[in-house]
Design a protein around this ligand. Structure first.
Ligand code: PEP
Ligand code: MN
Length: 360
């Protein structure tokens, strides 16, 4: 995207000495709640005050947002605290109402980014606005859907564009609510280095205790900002209770984060090194996760062999795996010696697993 420098400038123009911070409740609940949290966040690093007015819920019957009345509450937030305001829009009517109420930042939610029809409708409604528009990644790990949404908004002449990484849903249960799949965000950043990239650790983790760690990883990966759901009484929030933090905790998180400052050559070197190390950490975690999965399959095979009373070690099968992996490894620049040693270790662990099942 040849004009991506331009996209970056709105964030640079803010002249912040810390990452961009968007904070506020998952949902606007009452006028008192919205104002209370805003006042608590008034003299902090928070740049934009978020509150969901229209809540896309996976299942009907949950709290679906207060609707347009909440926009009036956000206007009061701006009058009383000076905080800029942010909310999610999911169709043309939302956009029109949000613009009428002078909301400063509009984001497109993960459930909307999956639909090119919706994204196009929002892009058309926003055409030419000078508001900040952020696009959350789609629910499913599909980089081209995410990029497609960026392109649609960009074609609508939105100057202040950015993206929010909020993780991806999985069928399998993991420790995350939405797994980060950091490599997708890194890929997007590599393709569009000037498109501001914000991390949403609240929706990635689903748990307030994990928010600090995910935020730190994001900053080490050169993310430009954080969106953190913040509520004065998280446990009693009407939506996403488990993942919201109190305003005090948010301030503490911001204080404890190691924030990169690219001011000297030395700092640039260490920032690059941190970035590469964070990428290595992400990949190492994937390796462990994949090996764990492989051993689960080995356990299942052990179960089958036990039923049939078959020997654990099947030499032919093993030789053919090794031959394939040596070839595969060569094509990725891995030496035969390394592939052999690695697979010997994996194979041994696999046998141990199967034996445990068969003897157990
Ligand atoms: C939100 O930010 O409250 C929200 C609904 O997020 P997402 O679209 O990432 O699920
Ligand atoms: Mn939420």
């Amino acid at each position: 995207m040849e004009n991506s420098k331009q996209m970056r400038s709105w964030l640079d123009d803010m002249g912040l000495d810390h990452p961009l911070v968007i904070a506020g409740p998952c949902s606007a609940e009452t006028e008192e709640q919205v104002l209370k949290i805003a006042h608590d966040l008034k003299n902090t690093d928070v740049n934009y005050y978020r509150a969901g007015i229209w809540k896309p819920r996976t299942r009907p019957g949950n709290f679906e947002g207060v609707g347009a009345i909440g926009l009036k509450w956000l206007q009061r937030v701006k009058e009383e605290t000076g905080l800029k305001t942010a909310t999610e829009v999911a169709n043309r009517a939302h956009v029109d109402l949000a613009l009428e109420h002078d909301i400063d930042l509009l984001w497109i939610g993960a459930r909307s980014t999956v639909s090119p029809f919706i994204v196009q409708e929002i892009a058309d409604a926003l055409e030419g606005t000078d508001k900040v528009v952020l696009i959350k990644n789609p629910v499913n790990p599909d980089l081209s859907l995410w990029l497609g949404a960026v392109e649609r908004l960009y074609s609508a002449d939105i100057k202040k564009l950015g993206v929010i990484h909020r993780g991806f849903s999985t069928y399998e249960k993991t420790k995350y609510r939405n797994i980060p799949e950091w490599q997708l965000a890194i890929e997007l950043q590599t393709r569009f280095p000037d498109l501001p990239l914000i991390n949403d650790p609240s929706h990635i983790t689903g748990k307030r205790d994990m928010i600090f760690d995910v935020s730190q990883t994001a900053l080490d990966l050169n993310f430009d900002g954080l969106m953190i759901e913040t509520h004065h009484d998280p446990d009693n929030a009407w939506s996403d209770a488990a993942q919201q933090v109190t305003p005090d905790r948010l301030v503490q998180i911001m204080e404890d984060l190691r924030i990169r400052k690219e001011t000297s050559e030395e700092a640039e070197y260490s920032s690059k090194l941190n970035n590469l190390r964070a990428q290595i950490d992400v990949i190492d975690n994937q390796i462990i996760e994949t090996l764990g999965k492989r051993m689960k399959v080995a356990d299942a095979i052990g179960g089958l062999k036990k039923q049939r009373n078959v020997a654990v070690l099947q030499t032919n099968r093993w030789n053919s795996i090794l031959g394939n992996m040596i070839l595969e490894g060569e094509s990725k620049g891995l030496s035969e010696e390394f592939v052999l040693r690695m697979f010997k270790a994996i194979h041994q662990e696999s046998i141990n697993h199967q034996e445990k099942i068969i003897k157990g």
